[in-house]
Write a protein that binds this ligand. Structure first.
Ligand code: SF4
Ligand code: SF4
Length: 181
C-alpha cells in the first residue's frame, strides 16, 4: 500500500496550486464540466466530483480514481466552466501527483507514459506499432488490438516504419525544458 503521507497543512488544493494554478475554490458544482465530458462514461469519478473531492481533500479518493488517466485533455470541461476553472489542467496536475507518488494501480499507466515518452524522444513523434509492442498488455489484449491495427494500416493511417521529425534537437530541448530525463 503506497499511500503517501502528507503534512497536515499540505492539502491537495495547495499542492495543485503549485503545478496547476486555476481557481478551483470557485467551483459551485453546477456539473457543466461533467455534462460535456466525452469520456464521462468511463470515469470512476466525474470531473465535477473530482473537483469536489479535491476541495474536501479526499486525497486517496481522487488519486486512486481512473479519471485523470481516462481524461483525453480535450478541454471541453475547461471551455464550459462558468467560473473559468481549467479542469483539464487540474487533471494534468493530478496525473503528476499520482505519478510522483507511484500510486498502486498506476504502475502500468506510468509504464505506458514512460514508454510513450521514450518513443517521442527517439523519433520526435508517436510510432504506434512500437508503442503497442512495448505497452504492458497481456497477449489477449494484444490479439484484440490486431484488427484495429490492420484497419489503420490498410487506411494508410499507421506506417510500418517510423518517421523521424527533422529537427530532433527541438524535441530534446523540450524534454530538457520540462525537466524530463
Ligand atoms: S463547470 Fe466549473 S463550476 Fe461547474 S462543476 Fe465544473 S468546475 Fe465546478
Ligand atoms: S479535458 Fe478531460 S475531463 Fe475535461 S472534458 Fe475533456 S476528457 Fe473530460
Amino acid at each position: 500500500m503506497a499511500t503517501t503521507e502528507v503534512s497536515a497543512e499540505r492539502t491537495l488544493v495547495s499542492e495543485l496550486k503549485e503545478i496547476a494554478d486555476t481557481p478551483i475554490t470557485r467551483c459551485y458544482q453546477c456539473g457543466k464540466c461533467s455534462a460535456g465530458c466525452p469520456m464521462a462514461e468511463e470515469m470512476d469519478l466525474l470531473p465535477h466530483q473530482v473537483i469536489h473531492s479535491i476541495l474536501i481533500d479526499r486525497r486517496d479518493r481522487v488519486l486512486t480514481a481512473n479519471t485523470p488517466w481516462i481524461c483525453a485533455s480535450c478541454l471541453m470541461c475547461s471551455a464550459r466552466c462558468p467560473m473559468d476553472i481549467d479542469i483539464a489542467v487540474v487533471m494534468d496536475g493530478l496525473r503528476q501527483i499520482s505519478f510522483r507518488e507511484r500510486r498502486p494501480g498506476q504502475k502500468d499507466i506510468a509504464k505506458f507514459h514512460d514508454r510513450f515518452l521514450r518513443i517521442i524522444r527517439l523519433f520526435g513523434r508517436a510510432f504506434e506499432p512500437m508503442l503497442v509492442m512495448v505497452t504492458p498488455l497481456g497477449l489477449r489484449e494484444r490479439i484484440k488490438q490486431l484488427p484495429l491495427g490492420a484497419m489503420l494500416f490498410l487506411k494508410g493511417r499507421m506506417p510500418l516504419l517510423p518517421h523521424r521529425v527533422k529537427n530532433r534537437a527541438n524535441v530534446s530541448a523540450l524534454f530538457k525544458e520540462s525537466g524530463l530525463k
